[in-house]
Write a protein that binds this ligand. Structure first.
Ligand SMILES: [Fe+2]
Length: 243
């Protein structure tokens, strides 16, 4: 039997509740006790949203985008909302935990946070209607660092086709003033410290499998048709003037 002084608990993401000074039993008893506790807490101490919590952004303007069904996008928005919710939950849990639990939760934080933030970058660089501007400053740097826009695109697509679940990201390194295509494993492994995210592409299977099956290349082809190059150029411009 373990005494928990303070903790946040969640009933499958619908609500979160704060408990204190309770005893938790091991194994099956623990589950039964927690279910009972959640039931009791639901009617007594439902916790309201805390100040400073992250709010999910609304990307519903992307509905109707070519090559992305409404159901695929809505499912993806729901997944994104889950990362926002879990990021907020982890912040609270970490504040209230200690010892081994603190360490375990702290290790998990980057995964949930990056899952939230990368989806925001991804949705924000979609929904574009205009083609890439080949006279832009971004094009000049792509020419310099990859040989041409075409070669950069081939390299970016090859990165996105790598086996595994993750993200392909065009990063700008402000220290060296150069661009890289980077593979991110899951959400949190492989980021370039101090780098600026310029273009972000989700290649987790949930981003395309209901629409394209295993044909990730076809999904990437449609991703490129919908890139908001104004948003991408704006990120690049801001990164360059900040360096
Ligand atoms: Fe995703």
């Amino acid at each position: 039997m373990e005494k928990i002084r303070k903790a946040w608990i969640s009933d499958e993401g619908k609500n979160q509740f704060f408990i204190h000074d309770v005893y938790i039993f091991g194994g099956t008893m623990k589950k039964i006790f927690l279910v009972f506790l959640i039931f009791i807490s639901a009617s007594v101490v439902a916790v309201e949203k805390q100040p400073g919590e992250y709010e999910p952004k609304d990307f519903s303007h992307l509905i109707g985008m070519q090559g992305f069904s409404d159901s695929l996008l809505k499912m993806h928005f729901t997944l994104y909302h889950g990362y926002v919710k879990n990021t907020n939950l982890l912040i609270r849990l970490i504040e209230e935990s200690q010892g081994y639990t603190f360490g375990a939760l702290q290790r998990r934080f980057g995964w949930e946070f990056d899952g939230m933030r990368l989806h925001e970058f991804y949705f924000e660089n979609l929904g574009g209607k205009k083609p890439f501007d080949h006279s832009s400053a971004l094009n000049k740097m792509l020419d310099r660092d990859f040989g041409s826009f075409k070669k950069w695109k081939e390299d970016f697509i090859a990165t996105g086709l790598m086996r595994g679940i993750g993200w392909a990201i065009l990063y700008f390194d402000p220290k060296a003033d150069r661009l890289f295509n980077v593979w991110i494993n899951e959400h949190d492994l492989g980021h370039l410290a101090g780098g600026d995210l310029i273009l972000v592409m989700d290649v987790w299977e949930h981003a395309y499998i209901t629409e394209y099956g295993l044909d990730r290349a076809k999904y990437i082809e449609n991703f490129f048709k919908n890139i908001d190059w104004d948003a991408v150029s704006s990120r690049f411009h801001n990164a360059v003037i900040r360096r």
